[in-house]
Design a protein around this ligand. Structure first.
Ligand code: SF4
Ligand code: F3S
Length: 448
């Protein structure tokens, strides 16, 4: 990225911006980023030394309100600073060239900033009819966005249309509009809102200058610092909600007293954004402070999912109009947690019981080993017994210690074991070679 000599602060001082207002601006950005005040010096140092960031701002299918939101704020502080920080080289809203001349300008700027720039895209991307619904110089905007984003160090999609198609993708729309995230590869953050809050755009760029990366986002690519808070939780009319003080009709006593707009259709309980804490027009106001309901413009597909804007969304639980989707979700999560807890307790008790049984078995006296019961010998085995005739005659008289006292039934040596009756398996087999032992011995023990 090109670097300005002396950094941004030197350039701002040259342009008449005081050091005090610069530090004040950085402190406000620190708060917008939901960082502790102790981060302010770090942000001041980083931004003061940062280069002026080249920006290519592409306008897709939409009303152009996001560019207007940046350029036409009543209090010019944020736009002044952003325009000093940024070198917006391409923004069709402000450019003289159009059509093919605009395309030629864009090519020249891309060639000039080959080492990096920031891409900002507002508006949706039509996909029907090969993108003919929104073209620049005859090229579908989808191709232009892809080309610009490919060479960018980061892409920021501003406004609800760039987030998910917005109004162009609402029920009945025909252009097949999608958000920028569906056509761009690489690092992208989305800042939905109708229009985008310029403070959030400024804070995102300050985060980039300070930490050299885009801020952490939720699953939808929205920075957590800006789209984490629930509007209902930060709303200045929340106390009236708790006390049951509601505006019942426009202009009634409750409306004049600033009571809660819940019954007028406020979607603050379903909407995540930092509008209440950051505000618009340098924090002077925001929709609910001005007396209007929140229509949930930072939420996905809000034109369909949050309408009718002037009525409460139907309750997800019949006959309980005040039960919200969040509460249903909390009950469901609690139920699942309860079942998981019961399962865990049951598993614990079962494991304990099994352990106790194992210990009990280990302490019990050993049971005598059961005498192994040999399997019945197959009927074919006896066939392997050698014939007595083949037995060699012993050279010496047999040892008397030998189990001569337990002669097998040898009275009939000639009798061959019946193949059908295998020897009793509990007794060791007696080799037929011992046949001479079993003959009657002379009484004197002499040789025969
Ligand atoms: Fe919640 Fe809306 Fe009432 Fe504010 S006005 S407390 S956001 S319901
Ligand atoms: Fe939009 Fe509601 Fe904020 S309407 S601007 S999200 S208060």
């Amino acid at each position: 990225m090109p670097r300005a000599d002396g950094g941004l602060l030197a350039e701002l001082l040259q342009r008449g911006v005081s050091r005090r207002s610069f530090v004040k601006f950085c402190a406000a950005m620190t708060a917008t980023l939901a960082l502790p005040a102790s981060y302010t010096p770090r942000i001041v140092a980083a931004v003061a030394a940062a280069p002026r960031v080249p920006v290519i701002w592409i306008r897709g299918q939409g009303c152009g309100g996001d560019g207007e939101a940046l350029l036409r704020v009543v209090n010019p502080t944020i736009s002044e600073f952003l325009l000093q920080f940024l070198s917006i080289d391409y923004l069709e809203t402000l450019m003289v060239p159009s059509g093919s001349d605009a395309s030629a300008t864009l090519e020249a700027i891309l060639a000039k900033h080959r080492d990096g720039y920031l891409a900002i895209v507002e508006g949706s991307v039509p996909t029907a009819d090969r993108g003919a619904w929104w073209t620049v110089g005859g090229r579908p905007i989808r191709e232009v966005i892809r080309e610009v984003s490919a060479g960018a160090i980061g892409t920021i999609a501003v406004g609800s249309c760039a987030f998910d198609g917005g109004l162009s993708a609402a029920a009945g729309a025909a252009s097949g509009a999608v958000g920028v995230g569906q056509v761009v590869q690489g690092r992208l953050v989305s800042l939905p809102g109708c229009p985008v809050n310029p403070w959030n755009l400024g804070a995102t760029i300050i985060h980039f200058l300070t930490f050299k990366e885009l801020p952490a986002t939720d699953a939808g690519g929205r920075p957590l610092f800006a789209y984490g808070p629930l509007i209902h939780n930060e709303c200045e009319r929340r106390a009236h909600f708790e006390f049951g003080e509601f505006v019942q009709a426009w202009g009634d006593e409750g409306a004049q007293k600033g009571w809660c707009l819940y019954r007028m259709g406020c979607k603050g309980p379903q909407t995540f954004a930092n509008c209440a804490s950051v505000g618009f027009d340098a924090g002077t106001s925001w929709p609910i402070k001005a007396g209007a309901v929140c229509i949930g413009c930072t939420m996905p597909a809000f034109w369909d999912s949050m309408s009718p804007f002037s009525r409460r969304l139907p309750s997800p639980v019949p006959f309980f109009p005040d039960v919200t989707v969040d509460q249903v979700g909390q009950v469901a999560v609690a139920g699942i947690a309860g079942v998981a807890g019961l399962h865990a307790v049951g598993s614990y008790i079962r494991a304990k019981r099994q352990g106790a049984e194992r210990r009990k078995r280990a302490l019990a006296p050993p049971v005598p080993a059961a005498v192994p019961v040999p399997e019945a010998a197959p009927a074919a085995e006896p066939v392997a017994v050698p014939e007595p005739a083949a037995a060699p005659a012993p050279a010496e008289p047999p040892n008397e210690a030998e189990p001569a006292a337990e002669p097998p039934s040898v009275a009939e040596p000639a009798a061959q074991p019946a193949p059908a009756e295998p020897p009793a398996p509990a007794e060791p087999p007696v080799p037929r070679t011992a046949a001479p032992d079993i003959e009657p011995r002379p009484a004197d023990g002499g040789e025969r």
